[in-house]
Design a protein around this ligand. Structure first.
Ligand code: ASP
Ligand code: MG
Length: 477
């Protein structure tokens, strides 16, 4: 039977022409089955997903907003030229075959031309809608994929480019964070499987999808991971490999914790907790699709391709280590809300969470005192102003909230491990590690899955707290 694998390459992996060549070589080795014996001589069915070239998505975001504000058409031309040059340079470095290079350059020119038209429109209208923003930022992936395709073709491989829509990534119209529709899976199979049967290598532009009407959407920042796992689940791939410029999933941020180590194996649930809680290694929703189909994910290091990376799978590992990783979200704020005597706490909570949701504020943690009518919530500091405005608006129909205060001098932290469920004393160990360092805890919450314990400390204590917990559970060994 043919093995099928989806391989996704992040922006860092395709940062320039030289790196794109390295990526193409990795693809060739996988395709030919020469990097691992078990894939056999028939090679394997390979689907490639690519991100935009390094930082291009950020650049597109910034320029779309700037253009709408400034309304200067000349500046649009300047920007579009820079973008075209950067992609043409990458293509020239990566693609040896002259004919292929010319075809790719033409494609770059066409795509950039489409984007220019849209940007000029935004410029003249002075308005940037969520829909047009998605259209603009999708050009990062739209431009990167043809360069990778050209590189593969130039090496003699039969690669074809697909946009998200071409690949069957059909979504709703929730721009900036679009959700897959229920008929997408079948569409994906219908588009991808025939290409694999023809022994072609589909190269899909990550991050982007399309509504049923053909309007471009995006899946949220870092969404190429999600594209890869959506496709992997839809076609029942044997594995999804996410190539990054990191060793894999780590026990802690190596910039903060000296002896942080790579975690060789982790379960879906644990990886999901980690991606929700500050370890920006995976798109938060990337685990969902593969979890249902039990398709394993491998996080691989592009700088050390022979390394096995981190494997993410169904079963939690049997280990003595009750807690595996500690993460922290810097730049968080806590809002303490005191309810008025007349309303029930659940009524107050319901109103708070609905106004926060309406303002797109992501709530990281919640805790509620049972005796006092208090609710504390933790959010990213960047969303604080929006959150405060939303909470202030509640009292319009009569006093619901007596008082509220906020504090941005805090850091939210999380300790993750499947063995925490049903292991008595884990929480005790976490808090005694902090007690020994005389770190006081401002707020605590434990997810009902018992895969994690989250808490808030003062900003100045956060790194010390992370190290104390990392040491306590011997996470570095
Ligand atoms: N290029 C997109 C981003 O930077 C998607 C991705 O890289 O996964 O968010
Ligand atoms: Mg990225």
């Amino acid at each position: 039977m043919r093995l099928v694998r989806v391989m996704k390459f992040g922006g860092g992996a395709v940062a320039d022409g030289k790196k794109i060549k390295t990526v193409a070589n990795l693809i060739r080795r996988s395709k030919e089955g020469t990097e691992e014996k078990e894939t056999g001589s028939n090679g394997l069915g390979l689907v490639v997903v690519t991100s935009a070239i390094f930082e291009i998505t950020d650049i597109l975001h910034e320029n779309a907003s700037r253009v709408a504000k400034e309304g200067d058409v000349e500046k649009v031309k300047e920007f579009v030229n820079e973008l075209k040059n950067r992609h043409e340079t990458a293509a020239s470095e990566a693609i040896d075959n002259k004919h292929v290079l010319n075809v790719v350059k033409k494609e770059i020119e066409e795509r950039v031309g489409e984007m220019e038209k849209a940007l000029v429109g935004i410029c003249l209208l002075g308005e940037l809608t969520a829909r047009s923003l998605d259209y603009i930022v999708s050009f990062g992936e739209r431009l990167a994929a043809p360069i990778l395709v050209g590189t593969l073709q130039s090496m003699g491989m039969d690669a074809v480019h697909l946009t998200g829509g071409d690949a069957g990534i059909i979504t709703n119209a929730n721009y900036g964070n679009a959700q897959l529709t229920s008929d997408a899976e079948e569409a994906i199979r219908g588009r991808i499987i025939p290409l694999l049967d023809d022994n072609k290598i589909p190269v899909v532009s990550g991050y982007m999808g399309e509504t049923k009407k053909g309007i471009t959407t995006t899946l949220g920042r870092g969404g190429s991971d999600y594209t890869a796992t959506i496709i992997g689940a839809a076609i029942d791939a044997d594995e999804v490999w996410l190539w990054k410029e990191t060793e894999g999933i780590m026990s802690a941020d190596p910039k903060i914790i000296k002896d942080a180590r790579k975690i060789p194996y982790i379960s879906y649930m644990e990886a999901m907790e980690l991606s929700y809680f500050g370890a920006s290694i995976l798109h938060p929703r990337a685990i969902e699709p593969v979890m249902r189909k039990k398709v394993p994910i491998r996080v691989k290091n592009i700088l050390k391709p022979e390394d096995t990376g981190t494997l993410i799978g169904e079963e939690p590992e049997k280990t003595e280590r009750a807690a595996k990783a500690v993460t922290l979200i810097e730049n968080t704020s806590i809002i303490n809300i005191a309810g008025a005597g007349v309303r029930s706490i659940s009524d107050v909570a319901a109103r708070i969470f609905s106004v926060l949701a309406a303002e797109d504020v992501d709530v990281i943690m919640i805790s509620q005192g049972s005796s006092e009518r208090n609710i504390s919530i933790v959010i990213e500091s960047a969303q604080l102003e929006r959150a405060i405005g939303a909470i202030q608006s509640i009292n319009a129909e009569g006093t619901v909230i007596r008082d509220f205060t906020s504090n941005s001098d805090v850091c939210a932290m999380s300790v993750v491990g499947a063995e925490m469920a049903g292991t008595p004393g884990v929480a005790g160990k976490v808090f005694s590690a902090l007690g020994k360092e005389e770190i006081s805890i401002i707020m605590i919450s434990q997810g009902s899955s018992e895969f994690n314990i989250s808490f808030v400390v003062k900003k100045k204590d956060a790194y010390k707290a992370a190290q104390a917990i990392h040491d306590m559970f011997k996470m570095g060994r």
